[in-house]
Design a protein around this ligand. Structure first.
Ligand code: ARG
Length: 609
């Protein structure tokens, strides 16, 4: 609407005056016509800064004067949408405040959407998006960094899918590399049955212990070291026994990380490990060499890119082949990029328009260099966007490395168990008024699971992902503040109201009441809530573009606070009218809730008690 208006009032009939590079109606750019969220709620819902940038260009005395002209033209079109008269504020901002009539209509549409999408439109620019996340390493411990990647990557995939994109979730597991020579040779001695090519699971015990044992031999035993080095070559050459041993390791690891995925309710994640790209690595290096991008450097093969230097100022190489002929992490990522964006379906490519890599910020430079080299080599069409989605470190409460008291790395299983245990203890402490019941019933154990796992997930999502994040059970399980228990509590309360309003039974999912034909917004607390609710599409598209899940968490937290305001300030009957809309906006929380397989709304009611 704003673009149209600018068009009408600023169109230059005498096109000669327009700069030669623009057509007459392009005297403003799309940027000028941008409407952004208001910087403070007092200012309204949105603001338009067009006058600030246009005023001078169009020869106004000052931006306020220009703003007034825009306001005059815009006002009649916004009747019934924004509160009128529109206000020019400060040096020339136009503040826009949603009008009650519009709010009740928009909320009515959200509540009436039978497709369960809350009237959030599907994207009109559907893309194929590959999201590379989780990606633990075979035979090594899946650590808190992988946990963050898993939680953030999964949530972003959900948001992109909801927007209507075609999303492929890829688990780029580290299942290839020199360490497998050592591991396979260790299995040859200790678990010979793992070398039989019969696809049978072999109990390899604790994989981390196995890895440590193999590594120790490698470090102290010269003969073993030589065998391990030869072992890599054998494995790479496709030796049947070595491959069988390697597969045993992969299978055993897969079982382990699947347990974590099950608890976190991660579904639809396709494993496509580094080994998948092995056949393409040679070709990638040859191609880079032919293009003159890869050169010999101290016996290895490296790509040098402009703008990348070591601390001492010498050019920083990106290695693509080691001096012993083995390939590097970057080589695999270059092959993977090419595969993911490859246009010709006959070549098996994914034809992705957008590829996201969710890893710790420590890998930022790696991805920058991989993306730059891939573009230079012509592996990636200009239309494709490659995006690293970095996140900060997980730290202990003291700000130091996250570890157990004895300094060991924390196992993810233990971490999740502990969160569930603490949630359970909290529930038990509330059972004081139920003498005789000292153990949690099955239903209450389910609540503990929902709250505990939800707390771990939500704590991660609600932080700006780029900051380092201090892991604290106390904070994430607190009933106050922007936490999963608080959100679940709000959700449970809302469900309770809907149940009362509709006379629904205890179990099963909530069926929202038929939307009222008109939603009346009379009290200010209602208005504040509805103003928030109708912004759901804005928030979702922001997350879709900028990939910060905490924006959605902030939004939900604000929504629940505003909902509580309504509850405190309004007679209960009026609350019912609003509940449908609010509860629906909580769908993402319901997603967390479903992390625990058998939770139903009655269990959540137990939480709310
Ligand atoms: N396996 C790697 C790690 O544990 C993460 C892989 C991320 N994805 C990628 N395409 N490089 O750090």
């Amino acid at each position: 609407l704003l673009a149209d208006t600018l068009n009408e009032i600023f169109i230059d009939n005498n096109s000669e005056q327009s700069p030669p590079s623009t057509t007459p109606h392009q005297r403003y750019t799309l940027r000028d016509a941008m409407v952004t969220p208001a910087t403070k709620p007092e200012f309204g819902d949105y603001q338009c800064n067009a006058a600030m940038s246009l005023s001078k260009k169009l020869g106004y005395k000052n931006p306020r004067e220009c703003a007034q002209q825009i306001v005059n033209a815009l006002q009649p079109k916004l009747d019934g949408i924004m509160e009128l008269p529109l206000e020019v504020a400060g040096p020339g901002f136009i503040n826009l405040k949603l009008d009650c009539a519009y709010l009740s209509k928009a909320l009515g549409e959200m509540a009436a959407d039978s497709a369960g999408r809350l009237a959030v439109p599907l994207t009109d620019n559907k893309k194929k998006v590959v999201v590379d996340f989780s990606s633990p390493n075979i035979a090594k411990e899946m650590h808190v960094g992988h946990l963050r990647s898993t939680i953030i990557g999964d949530t972003l995939s959900n948001v992109l899918t909801f927007a209507g994109h075609d999303v492929l979730r890829l688990n780029h597991v580290g299942d290839w590399g020199t360490q497998f020579g050592m591991l396979v040779e260790h299995l040859r001695d200790e678990y010979p049955e793992a070398l039989l090519n019969n696809n049978q699971d072999v109990d390899l015990g604790d994989l981390v212990t196995l890895y440590k044992a193999a590594k120790k031999r490698f470090d102290v035993d010269e003969e073993f070291k030589v065998r391990a080095r030869e072992g890599v070559v054998k494995l790479q050459a496709g030796d049947a026994e070595s491959l069988a041993a390697w597969e045993s390791l992969c299978r055993a690891s897969r079982v382990e990380y699947q347990k974590i995925y099950d608890r976190l309710n991660i579904v639809g994640l396709h494993e496509r490990g580094e080994s998948f790209y092995n056949p393409f690595l040679e070709g990638v290096v040859t191609e880079l060499q032919n293009l003159g991008l890869a050169v010999e450097s101290e016996g290895a093969t490296a790509v040098f890119l402009e703008g990348y230097a070591n601390r001492d100022g010498s050019p920083l190489p990106m290695l693509v082949r080691k001096s012993d002929g083995g390939f590097n992490y970057a080589t695999t990522d270059l092959a993977a990029v090419r595969h993911r964006v490859q246009f010709d379906p006959n070549e098996g490519g994914e034809k992705a328009d957008r590829v996201l890599y969710v890893t710790d910020a420590g890998q930022s430079q790696h991805f920058e260099m991989v993306f730059a080299a891939a573009k230079k080599a012509g592996f990636v069409p200009d239309t494709v966007s490659l995006e690293h989605v970095p996140f900060g470190l997980v730290q202990g409460e003291d700000g130091k490395k996250f570890a157990t008291r004895s300094g060991d790395t924390v196992k993810l299983k233990d971490l999740l168990d502990e969160a569930v245990r603490i949630a359970g203890e909290d529930i038990k402490s509330r059972m004081a008024d139920h003498p005789g019941e000292s153990e949690l019933t099955d239903a209450l154990s389910d609540v503990a699971k929902t709250v505990g796992i939800g707390a771990v997930k939500y704590a991660d999502l609600s932080m700006n992902r780029e900051s380092n994040y201090k892991f604290s059970y106390g904070r994430m399980l607190s009933l106050n503040g922007n936490t999963a228990p608080y959100m679940l509590y709000a959700y449970a309360r809302i469900c309770g109201i809907v149940r009362k309003a509709t006379g629904q039974s205890e179990e099963n999912k909530i069926i929202w009441p038929e939307a009222a034909s008109t939603i009346l917004i009379t009290h200010d607390s209602e208005k504040q809530l509805v103003r928030n609710l109708v912004k759901l599409p804005d928030i979702l598209s922001e997350v879709e573009m900028e990939l910060y899940p905490n924006r959605l968490c902030d939004y939900l937290f604000e929504t629940s606070q505003k909902f509580n305001q309504v509850i405190m300030k309004l007679p209960s009957v009026a609350i019912l009218a609003l509940t449908a809309g609010t509860a629906a906006a909580f769908a993402p929380v319901a997603q967390i809730r479903s992390s625990s397989s058998s939770t139903s709304s009655s269990h959540l009611r137990a939480v709310s008690k």
